[in-house]
Design a protein around this ligand. Structure first.
Ligand SMILES: *Cc1c(COP(=O)(O)O)cnc(C)c1O
Length: 386
């Protein structure tokens, strides 16, 4: 008998009637896109993460692409990216013709290892994309110091980490450029959406132009000047976010504090209950930072089990627990294999990949849901323990 009769997903967005009403108000207004709600959302997001500038874009991948452009990455430039992340963290470098140099991760946090980054820096290194894996900020002071000394731009992929803090500072106010995702499975949503934050006014201007075909001044400045003129300074894209999506973003942003508390409560419950299972390695959060808890990732001590991760995954799915795996090492994908990367070059990330499972974690989960996951995990682990 499965523990649950219906699948508990690993993540799920939260929409209330007031979110829907906020979108409806903008849909009935004059501005569906490039209107006042975009700037309002950008201002609110910037305040929430303590950033000077926030630029809203079409999705998190576009946010990363914009950041790579603002960092000045050109064909042949090298950009260091962790192995254990969603492919977009590396794909954004390829969009500009850059070379991705994959770095291994730390064994404890699974965040990029600053010592590995230092070893991989060459005179061609233009930027580092540091990913806050699962929501825990990476070693931003160490990485920032490495980058500053050599004139390298630090881009933080904070798709998992809205609301996370590092040494008392909010993620979004620390790296040269920080990219966020507003996809429904992430911490808050606009359907599709993304934001880039920076404290650098020149970079912010470049981001705004790049998301709008490369057009340097927006249409309202032109209208105010009574002119049709505009100029395209560099090639851009249409990466704009609509006003009704920004209305959803404003409404969701007001609930972030409560959602973060709920995520932390669930993660705490998992830590207490799953700590009893010797066959699991639980997530480690370092004392000087607070995770946004996008993902709760456990690793299996395969030496103490009779089966591999695939079997445990299938058994938990059979219990209707929507476990997942984050992530297949990026250089293992056929596209990257075709570029010449070789499996085995990132032993820590690759070993972690063989052992990992993401457990359900989203604010609407009840304590009973959490207990179901713990019950199913205990049942499966006890069954397969050596
Ligand atoms: C989700 C995600 C992205 C991409 O965000 P989208 O909004 O889906 O384009 C980038 N990096 C990481 C680490 C992610 O998890």
């Amino acid at each position: 008998m499965p523990i649950r009769d219906k699948l508990l997903p690993y993540g799920r967005h939260w929409l209330d009637d007031d979110d829907i009403a906020a979108v409806g108000r903008v849909l009935r207004s004059d501005w569906l896109t490039t209107g006042p709600t975009v700037g309002e959302f950008e201002g609110a997001f910037a305040r929430a993460v303590g950033a000077a500038h926030a630029v809203a874009v079409a999705n998190g991948t576009a946010a990363l692409h914009c950041a790579v452009v603002a960092a000045g990455v050109k064909p042949g430039d090298e950009v260091i990216v962790p192995t254990l992340t969603f492919a977009a963290s590396a794909n954004c470098v390829r969009y500009q013709g850059g070379r991705v140099v994959f770095a291994d991760v730390r064994e404890d946090t699974l965040n990029v290892d600053p010592a590995q980054v230092e070893r991989l820096i060459t005179p061609r290194t233009k930027a580092v994309v540091a990913v806050d894996y699962s929501g825990q900020p990476c070693d931003l002071d160490e990485l920032g110091e490495l980058c500053r000394r050599r004139g390298i731009v630090l881009i933080e992929d904070a798709a998992h980490a809205i609301g996370a803090t590092y040494r008392g500072r909010p993620v979004g106010a620390i790296a040269d450029l920080t990219a966020f995702s507003l996809h429904p499975v992430k911490l808050m949503t606009t359907g599709e959406g993304g934001v880039v934050t920076t404290s650098d006014a020149a970079m912010a201007r470049r981001l705004r132009a790049f998301r709008n075909h490369g057009i340097s001044a927006d249409h309202r400045e032109r209208a105010a000047a009574g002119s049709w003129e505009y100029d395209i300074g560099e090639l851009g894209y249409n990466y704009r976010l609509t006003d009704f999506q920004c209305a959803l973003g404003l409404s969701q942003l007001r609930k972030m504090k409560g959602w973060l508390d709920a995520r932390r409560h669930i993660a705490g419950r998992y830590q207490n209950a799953l700590g009893r299972l010797a066959q699991l390695i639980l997530p480690v959060t370092l004392g000087d930072r607070e995770s946004g808890w996008h993902l709760y990732v456990v690793r299996l001590r395969l030496e103490q089990l009779r089966v591999d991760r695939k079997r445990v995954f299938e058994a938990l799915r059979a219990e209707n627990i929507g476990v997942n795996v984050h992530y297949i090492p990026v250089p293992w994908h056929s596209y990257y294999q075709g570029l010449g990367y070789r499996k085995g070059d990132w032993p820590v990330a690759e070993d972690a990949y063989a052992r990992m499972l993401t457990l359900p974690l989203f604010p609407r989960m009840t304590d009973q849901d959490v207990d179901d996951v713990v019950g199913a995990m205990t049942k499966v682990i006890d069954h397969y323990a050596t």
